[in-house]
Every structure is written in C-alpha cells, then in structure tokens.
Design a protein around this ligand. Structure first.
Ligand code: TRP
Length: 350
C-alpha cells in the first residue's frame, strides 16, 4: 500500500498539469461514508481539494456512501442526519451545488445494480487480499460481513456509474481505486470499451493527525468537528493528553499529544509544527492548547458562520440533495442501459 502511495504521489505533478491544461477532460467522483460529523481531517484531507478542483472547472460528483456505513457496524441510526450535516459542511466549505453534484448512493438504484456484473469480474481471493478491508475488519471486532468484503466493488460502481476518471482519496482508499481500474479494464475486455480507468488523486495531507497524534477519527475521540462551537472546540482540545515538559517540541513518536496539537495549529495557521513549537516555546502545554484553540476557532469562524446560516433553513440542504440525487439517477440510468446493452441484456429495447 505504501509503495502504491509513493508511486501515486510521484505522478501528482504531471496529473496536476494535465488537469490545468484541460479541466474539461476530467470528471471527479469522490465522497465519504456518513458515519458522523465531518472534521478537520476531512477538511484538509479532501474537502478543500474538492473546492479547488471545482474552482478549476472540473466537473465534480460527491457521494455520501450511506450503504458503506453498515458494512462494519450493526446499525444505520443517524445516517440521514449525518448526510444532512455533511451537505451543510460541503456547502459552507464552498462546494457549489450548481457545479457539484452531491448525492447518496442508496438513492440511485441503477448505480447499485452495477454491483452485480462488477462482482462477476473479481475473485474472492482478490477481495480477501484488500489491505484496507483487512484493517477495517480487524478494527471492527466483528465477523466479516459480506458487505464489508465486497464494498470496494460497490465503490467501483460509485466511481464508474458516472464514468468518473479522477478520484481524490486518502491513502487508505488507494486499493479501492486500483480495484476500480481492474473492474473497468476487465469489463471493457469482456464486453467492449465502456469505462475509463480512473486515476487516484492524493493530496499532500492524506492523513491528518488527531489531537492525540493518531489519525483523526471520530471513533478515536480525537477529532475536531467542523460544526463544533468555539466552546466545544476548547473542551476537546483541553482533553488532549500531553505531558508536563514545559518546553514545547515537535516529537511525534515521543510526544504524540503535543505533536497532534502542533500539527493542528500549524494547518490552521498555514505554518509548520516546528514553527508553532518555537512560538509557544517553554510556556507549557496549557499555552499550546490555548494557541491551538484560538487557531482552530479563527480558521473555522467563517465556515461555521456560513454553516449556521444554511442550517437555519433545513429545506436548503434537502433541496441540494434531492437535485443531486436526481442528476445522479439520470447518469446512472444511462450507464446501466449501456452496460446491459453491452452484455446483451437490453430486453426492453428488443
Ligand atoms: N470509502 C470511502 C471512505 O472511506 C468513501 C467512498 C465511497 C468513496 N465511495 C467512494 C470515496 C467513491 C471515493 C470514491 O470514506
């Protein structure tokens, strides 16, 4: 996985150039599973990148992968709320619903139907080898569900239903983009040229450290949600485990909590962890926490104000999602018809 990450990173400058030269040739499909509030890790990892690609004129589709939520847990509670809140964050961050299609994959039946022919193109052994599925299975502490085992193929349907050819993802999703390329290639070989082989697009900051230095994740309790109030932000930052050494230094291995705070403050002020450490100097972790709180709250102030405005009228986000789902369905229906045609299963036209 690390090797393919390094190789993908190495291709980025050239890919960036191709995007700049001809943004119209690209269609971005990316998204996340609506398991909870979006946090700074999402913001720096992908959301900011989507806004940037949108600004360059690349057509963008953002999927809320609600079926993926139940791949490794036994409840779908709060999914609708999480979807609604994600739409609010996207809009507040600058995604423009006229240019960017935001939708939920459960609302697009033809997308899901693509899963069946796609499953025929992969082997069970291949599915079991996927390193991210293995890691997620281990983390879940549960028996491997059929959906968890096959979700990378579902993700191929997410990407290929709209013939997306550029997929901004974090490091852990690279194996899924690789699998999507294999699915596209095998389908094309078997039934004729139908799908592009999408390229992964990875950013500088694919994994943002959380407050404790581990990857920022809601399930670790180390995340700062975009939607938190200033006081809530102060409270989670105060809870970070640090140490009593007054001299603040950036040493991720030895001082993960301090390093997590430094990285967060650095991202929010456009600085480096080392420079923030030098600035806080020997004032201790209390001062570092105050510095980080101020940095995060200043950085998110505008986002939060816009978000609150949008949240005041629930129908705004609801309308954006309805229109996104409608557009996604038009595309998915077209692609599924083409797929069935290629496979000799287009009975309605015969
Ligand atoms: N698996 C992604 C995540 O872990 C979410 C996702 C679902 C996705 N479908 C996608 C990402 C298609 C990129 C493209 O958050």
């Amino acid at each position: 996985m690390t090797d393919s990450y390094t190789a993908t990173r190495a291709r980025m400058p050239e890919l960036e150039q191709r995007i700049a030269a001809d943004p119209g040739r690209f269609r971005v499909l990316t998204g996340e599973r609506p398991t909870g509030a979006l946090h700074l890790g999402h913001y720096f990892g992908t959301i900011r990148e989507r806004v940037r690609l949108q600004a360059r004129g690349v057509e963008t589709y953002v999927i809320l992968a609600d079926y993926q939520v139940i791949a490794d847990r036994d409840t779908s509670a709060n999914v609708a709320d999480n979807v609604h809140n994600a739409v609010l964050d996207y809009l507040a961050a600058g995604l423009d619903p006229d240019r960017t299609t935001i939708f939920a994959h459960s609302a697009v039946p033809a997308l899901n139907q693509l899963l069946l022919p796609f499953l025929s193109l992969v082997t069970e052994a291949e599915l079991h080898r996927n390193p991210t599925v293995k890691a997620e299975h281990a983390a879940s502490g549960r028996a491997l569900s059929g959906l968890l085992l096959t979700y990378p193929v579902h993700q191929a349907a997410d990407i290929l239903f709209c013939k997306g050819n550029l997929v901004p993802v974090g490091k852990d999703n690279l194996p899924h983009v690789e699998l999507t390329r294999a699915v596209a290639r095998r389908f094309n070989e078997r039934y004729g040229m139908t799908f592009p082989e999408p390229e992964a697009f990875v950013t500088d900051a694919p994994e943002i450290p959380g407050l404790d230095g581990r990857k920022m994740s809601k399930s670790y309790g180390n995340a700062i949600s975009l939607s938190m109030t200033e006081d809530e932000t102060a409270r989670v930052i105060r809870r970070t485990r640090t140490d009593s050494d007054r001299a603040i230094t950036y040493e991720p291995d030895r001082r993960p909590g301090v390093a997590g705070l430094l990285s967060t403050a650095a991202l929010c002020t456009g600085s480096t962890p080392e420079a923030v450490a030098a600035e806080v100097g020997d004032q201790g972790s209390g001062a570092l926490k105050q510095f980080t709180t101020d940095a995060v709250n200043a950085f998110l102030a505008e986002h939060r104000a816009r978000r609150a405005e949008l949240a005041a009228d629930r129908s705004i986000a609801a309308r954006v999602l309805r229109e996104g789902n409608r557009r996604a369905n038009v595309l998915a229906d077209t692609t599924l018809s083409e797929v069935r045609e290629r496979m000799g299963m287009a009975y309605s036209d015969q």
